[in-house]
Design a protein around this ligand. Structure first.
Ligand SMILES: CSCCC(=O)C(=O)COP(=O)(O)O
Ligand SMILES: [Mg+2]
Length: 246
């Protein structure tokens, strides 16, 4: 079996609690979207997204349709683009702080130090992905990542999306380990030839798959797939000043 050379990770339910997305990010977007659509409809990214909403739902009021998709947790491109824009304002204003499980950054650091490549594949827009990993409890982690993929490459339950990502990373699919909490996404990735592991985080109430290896956190992923274990001394814990002579 080929060695794993890259880890491709989902966000919600994998690196980040589902509750943070549903109880913090989505409500924030719900209250901020009307103002964004009202005040910034002429800005190109907003105008393009609204045009796409009108194309997808020609008979609906765009804002009403967007709020409806949000209630359904629909993974629709223009909704994800607009959510990313309002979240950026929220992070910049200090109103949002991202949540990332504490086992994630130590594992990512060890893996990149060992030469593994790390990439993200989430239904959240690339902008929203950057924001999460830039504004989490362990500081800016974006430099650890080699690629950020959203549904611009295709839907997460579509096998071709994973073939496209493997091509973009320039790696054979079986050298990429995909991490997600959603069994249907893992099925699609496995069909494309990626190695797969389901994150079954107790806090998220994920139901374990019978078709894929499962792990409760990134340390267990490392143990299960022979990846480097996280160092017990994280950069944040290293003293910044040299000890003074007695
Ligand atoms: C990464 S942005 C916030 C989460 C989000 O909008 C979303 O749709 C999460 O989807 P995922 O594919 O990461 O489960
Ligand atoms: Mg997920």
């Amino acid at each position: 079996m080929s060695a794993i050379r890259a880890v491709l990770t989902d966000i919600e339910g994998t690196t980040t609690p589902i509750a943070f997305v549903h109880r913090v990010l989505f409500p924030y977007a719900r209250q901020a979207l009307p103002s964004l659509v009202g005040r910034r409809a002429d800005e190109k990214p907003v105008a393009d997204a609204l045009a796409e909403v009108r194309r997808l739902a020609p008979d609906a009021d765009p804002l009403t349709r967007l709020l409806g998709w949000m209630d359904e947790d629909a993974k629709i491109g223009p909704l994800k683009t607009l959510q990313g824009l309002v979240w950026r304002d929220g992070y910049e204003a200090g109103l949002l702080k991202a949540e990332i499980y504490p086992d994630v950054s130590p594992a990512l650091r060890s893996w990149t130090e060992a030469g593994l490549r790390i990439a993200v594949y989430s239904s959240g827009s690339v902008e929203a992905q950057h924001l999460i990993f830039r504004n989490g409890p362990d500081g800016d982690l974006t430099a650890l990542f080699d690629g950020f993929f959203d549904t611009g490459v295709g839907a997460k339950r579509d096998t071709n999306s994973y073939r496209t990502i493997a091509g973009r990373l320039g790696l054979p699919p079986d050298e990429i380990l995909f991490l997600s909490d959603v069994e249907a996404e893992l099925d699609a990735a496995a069909e494309a030839g990626l190695r797969c592991c389901q994150l079954v985080r107790p806090e998220d109430g994920t139901v374990a798959s019978s078709r894929h290896p499962v792990a409760p956190d990134f340390a267990a992923v490392a143990a299960r797939f022979g990846l480097p274990a996280a160092s017990s001394v994280t950069p944040a814990a290293v003293p910044s000043a040299a000890p003074t002579a007695a």
